[in-house]
Design a protein around this ligand. Structure first.
Ligand code: DCP
Ligand code: MG
Ligand code: MN
Length: 330
């Protein structure tokens, strides 16, 4: 989900992290510069991990991911209590509109700009122009307030138990793993990322149509857990579920049983961690995705998938020190 809660107040650098996150969101949604966005996110994550209050830009610059420009911003913030760049962003009409429109699940920066150019500059106006939206965006708008509420672990666990029980009753061979920020140990999540697999579904099965996921979704709808479908394919469901009073975004992926560990690694994230790990893999002469880890031949053509029996195996092949899920929060 797009709205990350600002780092909690036990982080001594939490005010820096907040302004860096606001700058990251601006680069993602308004300028659409993912490179700058990631640079700000990386810096925020380095400051959050540091554990001590930063006293100067110079001190911050010693950390990995903080360069000259961010160091200067820290000095400006320490000196004046604010940032000119952020003041400008906050008073810029276009930025304000795009920020508001991208609150809707399914509305990304490009769609927000398109709506803005049509004169749709806020949610109130958008409510009257739903003919401009696709199914995902209409659901996003309908549940805007619910989807912005973070999901506590206790509620994710309730959903996990319902899915586990339901699938076990359907067929005890189903394996269900909640991934995403929940698996990384976060107290609150933006959505619920569920990975399922079944030993009768293997990567070498070329039999095209499998309606396993459809069956799973139908039964979870009958159980009144799933309330809406945003999209449903052979391997990926996006939708809405509800156990308590708030509707929640639920993602379900069905991945081949023999590719479980690559899938669990990918779906656990974070997205930045995945990017870092994929880059490391390429550097080591491998290609890694949510299905397989493969060595790259000297011709640049990926070889046969390596045999993997745990997440640790993937780290081992890559000569990358193992990180527990809670250590993948970058
Ligand atoms: N993912 C990825 N790259 C993306 C999107 C997702 O690698 N562009 C992977 C890593 C994510 C996981 O999928 O951790 C789940 O995606 P979410 O968007 O649900 O992100 P999180 O669960 O990490 O955070 P949130 O609490 O906001 O849902
Ligand atoms: Mg998630
Ligand atoms: Mn998700």
């Amino acid at each position: 989900s797009k709205r990350k809660a600002p780092s909690d107040s036990t982080n001594p650098n939490h005010d820096f992290c907040e302004f860096l996150t606001e700058l990251a969101d601006y680069e993602k949604n308004v300028t659409r510069n993912i490179y700058k966005c990631n640079a700000y996110r990386k810096a925020a994550s380095a400051l959050a991990k540091y554990g001590k209050r930063i006293k100067s830009g110079e001190e911050a610059q010693k950390l990995d991911g903080i360069g000259d420009k961010i160091s200067k911003k820290i000095d400006e913030f320490l000196g004046t209590g604010k940032l000119k760049k952020l003041d400008n962003i906050r008073s810029d009409e276009t930025s304000v509109s795009i920020k508001e429109l991208t609150r809707v699940s399914g509305i990304g920066p490009a769609k927000a700009k398109e709506l803005y150019d049509l004169g749709i500059t806020n949610i109130d106006i958008l409510l009257k122009h739903q003919d401009k939206l696709n199914h995902h965006q209409i659901i996003g708008l309908k549940y805007l307030n619910d989807f912005e509420e973070k999901i506590p672990r206790s509620e994710v666990i309730k959903v996990e138990q319902i899915i586990k029980k339901t699938l076990h009753d359907l067929d005890p061979k189903y394996k269900v793993t909640i991934c995403g920020s929940f698996r990384r140990g976060k107290e609150f999540s933006g959505d619920i990322d569920t990975l399922i697999s079944h030993p009768s579904f293997m990567s070498h099965d070329t039999k095209k149509k499998s309606n396993k996921l459809q069956v799973v979704v139908d039964i979870l709808k009958k159980n009144n857990l799933i309330t809406e479908t945003i999209s449903l394919g052979d391997a990926k469901f996006m939708g809405v579920c509800k156990v308590d009073s708030v509707s929640r975004r639920l993602d379900i992926r069905l991945n081949p049983y023999d590719q479980f560990y690559c899938a669990v690694l990918y779906f656990t994230g974070s997205d930045l961690f995945n990017k870092q790990m994929r880059d490391h893999a390429l550097h080591q002469g491998f290609t890694l995705n949510e299905y397989t880890l493969r060595p790259m031949g000297c011709t640049g053509i990926p070889g046969e998938p390596l045999e993997i029996n745990s997440e640790e195996d993937i780290f081992d092949y890559l000569d990358y020190p193992y990180k527990k899920p809670e250590e993948r929060n970058i």
